[in-house]
Design a protein around this ligand. Sequence first.
Ligand SMILES: Nc1ncnc2c1ncn2[C@@H]1O[C@H](COP(=O)(O)OP(=O)(O)OP(=O)(O)O)[C@@H](O)[C@H]1O
Length: 309
Amino acid sequence: MGKAIEAVNLTKYYGSFLAVDGVSFAVKKGEVFGFLGPNGAGKTTTIRMLTGILRPTKGEVKILGYDMLSEREKLRARERMGIVPEMANPYVDLTAAQNLRLMGELYGMKKREIEERSAELLKLFDLYDKRDKKVRTFSKGMRQRLILAMAMISDPELLFLDEPTSGLDVISARMIKEVIREENRKGKTVFITTHNMSDANELCERIGIIRKGKLIAIDTPEKLKKLVSGHVSVEVSFDPMRFDPAALSSAIRVETLGDKVKVFTDDPDATIRELVRYAERNGLKIVSLRTLSPSLEDVFMELVGGKND
Ligand SMILES: Nc1ncnc2c1ncn2[C@@H]1O[C@H](COP(=O)(O)OP(=O)(O)OP(=O)(O)O)[C@@H](O)[C@H]1O
């Protein structure tokens, strides 16, 4: 399996301001890779360097093996990728079908091919009935679905999506996520920036977390979650609900939530054993017992300190 994206020491200064600071990573072909970070962390700057829109101050970018710093190779790479830029807009005075046609022509596709692919994409994004309506009449969600359809017109093997679901209605966001998953099933590579933790968790095989221009962590969502200690908890409910937190030696902290207690621990196995023993000793019935893993949000908060940069 080759590499779809290779970035080495990617660096961008705006004047004297360092927006992206020596970022290196690789994305395998067929992978959905998420780039997660707070506002202003450098996500858009990075994606613009990867797609050849912005020239890095320093560093190297290879896309599908093409050197993006060479104008000629960049054009070859561009033919094989689809891009959804941040806050992109279709032409509002054209219809959905016309926007798709224009994009197909830019990719040098044949008329027949454009018509067929457009129909397929319009149906996929539930815009087929609206294909001859001017985009001016479209909601934000419909426009964003069209933008993604336009990026996919040439059936590219690699998609770059900058905040594709940001600020969208639930239905459009869900549709877009479903399409991303489906593209991935077909073996396509997707690079997606987001500040939405649950989207990243749902969609991405690996996630890079960027903060103040630096890549501070890169791993699978599950492994990233293991980075945060003390965020694993065991939730238990007894009948009758009587509980003395001091009885647990494995607890870091205990929270009471309605008729449940949530015990934070570094050793969920030991905590569960203690809870079972506690119930037996005190004649309590265990109504429910489950282990809760840290969320990606917990990881994110721990790593970026919960602040925008
Ligand atoms: N053209 C520019 N000139 C000067 N500074 C810029 C320029 N573009 C971006 N910046 C700054 O570079 C930093 C990174 O911006 P970037 O847009 O890459 O962040 P981001 O992670 O995509 O954030 P957001 O989620 O808000 O889009 C920010 O501090 C931003 O203010």
